[in-house]
Design a protein around this ligand. Structure first.
Ligand SMILES: [Zn+2]
Ligand SMILES: [Zn+2]
Length: 287
């Protein structure tokens, strides 16, 4: 039985990734990836350090579609975007028509001390400044708003895939800001997972926290166990920003997911979402 990997969360030089989409494709093939998705950060109507510029979107889409044809037979390619959900500003529905799939991510929460979108995914310094100056240090209130925004996304502007569900934990170094075992936190998670199950979204298991931050996968194991109870489908993604990162931490993560009780991932193959068995060596079709 031959095994292969898939990765639908990847960045390249159209946003803050390095190297071309084609370099990513060649590296993916070398790493045993059979199905690969491009998911640059969508353009946003303000300036930040990592999104694609609006005037490059058409070129990104046409280059990705051309690669899909060029590599047909060697690797299956899909064209997506990682789309910021910012109510009233942008969300998955703004781009979905042009794409094979959408990843919806929350990187911003309300506004910061300057009245600009508050980045909760960037440097901890900026996160802490917003927490103290805008929210009087009320981390529980911020977490509640964060998960409420995720619920609003899946209910009102449903993506195919929910990106790095608990990414805000990058600032919770050794549990310094909040306790993931506290009742209020678990209640927020449960409510959010119920909304995701109801909407029928896939939740990606994102390995970037493991290889980039030596932290943890997103979402945490405790959340994955409660996802399993609800039968929420998963896929394993690396959120790669370089060709070398495309399958990093996949073996250990797949093993961990099997321990939790997951036996299938839901992936886009032959233009359809399918549940495919996996183990620590990868996905496998048939027996
Ligand atoms: Zn992201
Ligand atoms: Zn990403």
């Amino acid at each position: 039985m031959s095994h292969f990997w898939t990765n639908y969360h990847s960045h390249n030089y159209y946003c803050d990734g390095v190297e071309s989409p084609e370099a990513q494709v060649q590296a993916a093939i070398q790493q045993g990836v059979q199905t690969f998705g491009f998911s640059s950060h969508c353009p946003v109507p303000f300036t930040n350090g990592w999104s694609m510029k609006r005037d490059r979107l058409d070129e990104y889409l046409s280059e990705a579609r051309a690669l899909k044809e060029k590599y047909r037979g060697s690797i299956e390619l899909y064209v997506g975007l990682e789309i910021d959900y910012i109510p009233g500003v942008c969300g998955p529905a703004d781009f979905a028509d042009q794409l094979d799939y959408t990843i919806g991510s929350v990187h911003y929460l309300g506004t910061n001390w300057n009245g600009e979108p508050w980045e909760i995914d960037g440097a901890t310094e900026g996160f802490m400044k917003g927490l103290v100056e805008v929210h009087d240090g009320d981390i529980e209130g911020v977490l509640r708003q964060y998960y409420a925004l995720l619920r609003q996304m899946v209910q009102q502007d449903r993506p195919d895939v929910v990106g790095h569900l608990d990414k805000i934990k990058i600032h919770n170094i050794q549990g310094s800001l909040y306790d993931e075992e506290s009742d209020w936190y678990k209640a927020e998670i449960d409510q959010t997972l119920d909304a995701i199950a109801e909407a029928g979204c896939i939740v990606e298991v994102n390995t970037r926290g493991v290889y980039k931050k030596t932290l943890d996968i997103y979402p945490s194991e405790a959340i994955l166990k409660r996802m399993r109870e609800r039968d929420i489908p998963i896929m394993i993604n690396s959120d790669s920003h370089t060709p070398a990162e495309i399958t990093l931490a996949f073996v250990d993560t797949a093993h961990q997911l099997r321990q939790i009780g997951y036996k299938m991932v839901r992936v886009l193959v032959q233009n359809e979402w399918k549940d495919i068995p996996f183990d620590k060596d990868g996905l496998s079709l048939g027996n």
